[in-house]
Design a protein around this ligand. Structure first.
Ligand SMILES: Cc1cc2nc3c(=O)[nH]c(=O)nc-3n(C[C@H](O)[C@H](O)[C@H](O)COP(=O)(O)OP(=O)(O)OC[C@H]3O[C@@H](n4cnc5c(N)ncnc54)[C@H](O)[C@@H]3O)c2cc1C
Length: 427
């Protein structure tokens, strides 16, 4: 596929070091981490800070997975509201999970501050925009539950949301001031830089192809013929999970999320579109999300086709959504188009597995992994350092491959087409 068909708007920070495919680890490491995205790097950084020896191996380059490609919206919470989590997990674990979910955006902004990461960011909130009465009711319910727990959130009426977004078609919405936006490629590369400074080995172009256990120690082998030993292994491969651990890829449905970025907006338009710099997700079944970038472009994303894109036409549905929201952008050039993979689980929750002692896997970001994987990585590091499973916000669960997994993506694709039609009727 021509490079022009996956050309992200995000740029490497000037501080980005050149990682190599070589590593000097010998002896037995405390941890080998497979996957150098936000999950792997956050785990690595916090584990190194806790005194563990860590090596990260990525099949590609750091930032080439979802972590360097995403929308950079740093949103706290899970797909479920606090009352549901308490009902589902019971009072004690449920409340702990609500507290964890509330803290995920803090983890990102705290790390940026504490580790002095060179990451462009704005922390002015996230708007969940409602285009139907049903969505407004759900927003009011969410607002009530988070407000009862002291969160800095607010319901928006039609005039307020119109002033904050400059977009057409919303009845109201919900503002979560805990959220913000970052440049995700800078964040990922900066996490790698400080992890490396903290002593983590980071190697690119090292696909892990073999895992085995010998005399109580894990052996990790790569396609290039390298062989490492470690007390623990963490698989942080999310939507890019391959066949390394049999059955793991069958526990998720990987979907493509596509994005476009306009040319930098002229001053008059920039002043009327998201003047406060918030991130937005709308309430449609096939949701659209958008924000402004640090260099003044509008960046908008949504689900894309599952086959690899072959021409700019594969992003046309996003260009139509952009002009529906902002008719004044009709003549503005779309300068960037790109896509990446998100991982869904059937219960819409992230899954943590430890199929054998010291072999851990985390999958299922549900498209909200910037905050979630940053915070889960910190908890995973605590678990690795202490061996105390109470450090993990979600229970460790057995691998449960989705029945008829091979057909699942076809089913999801059909469902997306159907939901797009329903969304179109509600316009
Ligand atoms: C287009 C798009 C937009 C998104 N927007 C947002 C957003 O605005 N906000 C938000 O919170 N979330 C968003 N997400 C989700 C978010 O990007 C992910 O949840 C998050 O980046 C997952 O991080 P990760 O480290 O778990 O996985 P990844 O960053 O995908 O990293 C996994 C890594 O594993 C490596 N790997 C796989 N197999 C092997 C192997 N055998 N050996 C070695 N390495 C291997 C891959 O090369 C890859 O680098 C978006 C995702 C996409 C794709």
């Amino acid at each position: 596929m021509p490079a022009a068909f996956s050309d992200p708007v995000w740029r490497k920070p000037q501080t980005a070091p050149a990682f190599r495919s070589a590593f000097s680890a010998d002896g037995t490491l405390d941890v080998v981490i497979v996957g150098g995205g936000i999950m792997g790097l956050s785990t690595a950084l916090h584990a190194a800070r806790a005194g563990l020896s860590v090596q990260v191996l990525d099949a590609g380059a750091i930032g080439q997975g979802a972590s360097g490609l995403n929308g950079g919206q740093v949103i706290p919470g899970l797909k479920y509201d606090p009352d549901w989590l308490v009902g589902h997990f019971g009072k004690e674990r449920g409340e702990a999970l609500v507290e964890f979910a509330a803290s995920t955006a803090d983890t990102v902004f705290d790390v940026i501050r504490d580790e002095k990461l060179a990451v462009p960011f704005t922390r002015n909130g996230w708007i969940q925009a409602a285009h139907t009465e049903t969505a407004l009711k759900a927003a009011a319910n969410r607002d009530r539950q988070w407000r009862a727990r002291g969160a800095d959130v607010e319901l928006l009426d039609q005039a307020e949301i119109s002033a904050m977004t400059g977009a057409r078609g919303y009845l109201g919405g919900w503002l979560d001031r805990r959220a913000g936006v970052i440049d995700p490629l800078s964040y990922t590369l900066e996490l790698a830089r400080v992890a490396s400074t903290a002593g983590v080995g980071i190697a690119e172009q090292q696909r892990v192809v073999g895992l085995g256990r010998e005399a109580g120690v894990w052996r990790v082998s790569t396609q290039g013929g390298a062989d490492l030993r470690a007390k623990s292994v963490v698989l942080a491969t999310n939507a890019y999970t391959d066949g390394l651990l049999p059955g793991l890829a069958q526990t998720i449905v990987p979907l493509h999320s596509f994005q476009i970025a306009t040319a930098p907006l002229p001053a008059d338009l920039a002043a009327s579109i998201l003047p406060g710099g918030q991130a937005v997700s709308d309430s449609r079944r096939i949701l659209i999300y958008y924000r402004k970038s640090a260099d003044g472009r509008l960046v908008l994303g949504g689900r894309g086709r599952m086959a690899l894109p072959s021409s700019a036409a594969d992003w046309a549905h996003l260009e139509r959504a952009l002009v529906r929201l902002y008719p004044a952008l009709a003549g503005i050039a779309i300068e960037k188009r790109w896509f990446g993979r998100v991982a869904l689980t059937p219960d819409h929750l992230p899954h943590l597995h430890e199929p054998e002692k010291g072999l851990l896997a985390v999958v299922g970001c549900q498209g909200r992994g910037v905050g979630l994987m940053s915070a889960l990585g910190r908890r995973m590091a605590n678990y690795l350092a202490s061996g105390d499973a109470r450090q993990l916000p979600f229970p460790l669960s057995p691998l449960r491959p989705i029945p008829f997994h091979a057909f699942r993506q076809v089913g999801v694709a059909a469902a997306i087409t159907w939901y797009r039609m329903l969304d179109a009727f509600e316009r």
